[in-house]
Design a protein around this ligand. Structure first.
Ligand code: ASP
Length: 299
């Protein structure tokens, strides 16, 4: 019997709830990804499709809406992983590419590698005819305003800001899971900074023996904990998704003072959206059950 298709998406976490517009775009992304699954398509395509909708919206920290680094450049990170074969692809610090998630997919499909960075990643993407992208006027205006108010305590500032990275996890009818994330990083990053999002095992992970995980939050802390892989190991030990995520996020808060949120989808179809921040902008769909909200399981 085919597995029940499930998809979860997020638009980041932080001190603020989502705007109506953000929640509407999350709903669109969910529908786009779910349509792939109900059409019998693979979880990987569903995740990629959902993330493209979020990147193209310009209202999340991904694609054209991405945050800019301290020098005013948008250097984007994205990753994808598939749980049957553990194939993964990612790009980090890529500039002027409209959909970094497509670039991550190309790294997975067309190279023997997992991660390409910077200018070489951009050239690789252009060689494969990905569309060029540019910073939106909104991103530039926000960057200017933030520069004016920053008093040197950049790390503290970044911690307090909304993290509106995007991510998705899905389970297809063949029983395979996939996960993906796309981001512009954090507010006023030192140029060249790379967060958790393109790091397999930190920002996301997918393994059919456990499930799919997509993170958002303080990237440096997520990397140091190895958050996505740790949650995956919890699932593999038969911890329910909510407990596996809560244990890792609590541990991260205790050990590193970092906060964040996780989409966790077990290979058996059970799932949870968990966060230590006030809000997690997220959505899920399985069968007739659908929810789009700014708060889920806050711990
Ligand atoms: N985790 C991302 C990063 O640190 C930020 C986010 O989740 O919005 O790059």
């Amino acid at each position: 019997m085919p597995a029940q298709a499930v998809i979860l998406v997020h638009g980041g976490c932080g001190p603020r709830p989502g705007t109506r517009q953000q929640l509407a775009v999350l709903r669109q992304a969910l529908a786009a990804g779910y349509a792939v699954l109900t059409g019998g398509g693979p979880a990987l395509d569903a995740v990629e499709r959902a993330i493209v909708v979020l990147e193209d919206s310009g209202i999340f920290n991904a694609g054209s809406g991405a945050r800019l680094q301290l020098d005013g450049a948008a250097r984007l990170d994205a990753s994808l992983m598939e749980g049957k074969t553990l194939r993964a692809g990612a790009v980090a610090g890529i500039e002027r590419i409209r959909n970094p998630i497509h670039a991550a997919r190309l790294v997975m499909d067309r190279t023997p590698h997992v991660l390409l960075i910077g200018e070489q990643a951009r050239r690789f993407a252009r060689l494969h005819h990905l569309r060029a992208g540019r910073r939106s006027p909104r991103s530039v205006a926000r960057w200017r305003a933030q520069l004016r108010t920053a008093d040197g305590a950049l790390v503290e500032l970044a911690r307090q800001m909304q993290k509106d990275t995007v991510g998705a996890v899905a389970l297809d009818q063949s029983g395979t899971v996939a996960a993906g994330v796309s981001t512009g990083g954090i507010t006023l990053m030192v140029p060249g900074r790379v967060g958790d999002s393109p790091i397999v095992g930190a920002g996301m992970y997918a393994d059919n023996r456990a499930g799919g995980i997509a993170m958002t939050g303080d990237g440096e802390c997520i990397i140091r904990i190895g958050a996505a892989k740790e949650i995956s190991l919890g699932l593999a030990r038969r911890r329910p998704p909510g407990s596996a995520a809560a244990e890792t996020l609590r541990g991260m808060r205790q050990l590193t003072q970092g906060t964040g949120g996780a989409l966790v989808l077990g290979a058996d179809g059970r799932f949870a959206l968990v966060h230590t921040t006030e809000y997690l902008l997220g959505a899920y769909r399985t069968g007739h059950e659908q929810r789009v909200a700014s708060r889920f399981r806050k711990i």
